[in-house]
Design a protein around this ligand. Sequence first.
Ligand SMILES: Nc1ncnc2c1ncn2[C@@H]1O[C@H](COP(=O)(O)OP(=O)(O)OP(=O)(O)O)[C@@H](O)[C@H]1O
Ligand SMILES: [Mg+2]
Length: 147
Amino acid sequence: MQNRVVVELASVPQNVAVARLLAAMVAAQANFTVAEVDEIKLAVSEAVTNAVIHGYGSQPEHVVRLEVTLFDNRLEVLVEDQGRGIDDIALAMQPAVSSDPDRMGLGFCFMESHMDSLEVESTPGRGTRVRMTKKAGSEHLARATGS
Ligand SMILES: Nc1ncnc2c1ncn2[C@@H]1O[C@H](COP(=O)(O)OP(=O)(O)OP(=O)(O)O)[C@@H](O)[C@H]1O
Ligand SMILES: [Mg+2]
């Protein structure tokens, strides 16, 4: 392990930006490209937004736990809330599925496409844990090999 930052964020929308910048600053310590750091920022924003809006129903007095770890050239991000949880994770992760008719239902799709791995664990009434990883420089590799 090269670095780890763990923070507890109040469940207010302002902390989406705080989480995003924190993840970006840790990512900047590895060989991520600017484009990759932007993807990490977007994925973290989506996960923290979900915790605030869906997990806690936009109530500000709760805690979102963010853990960002850098292992050599791989970043791991955990976003955890102790909110309402998700009944059907597979369904919630499908594109255009949202419990809110005013939302696009694309957050999990963005997380999945911008990161190398995405795992969601959730217990209704207990909370949700999102784990995402991304390896630095994999975009270069994909381009070079045409894969
Ligand atoms: N932390 C969470 N706690 C409770 N429910 C969640 C959580 N994260 C996601 N969900 C559920 O999963 C659904 C899909 O999430 P996703 O981020 O893909 O879409 P969305 O948040 O509804 O819309 P968008 O992200 O496009 O604004 C949500 O509508 C919500 O019902
Ligand atoms: Mg969302």
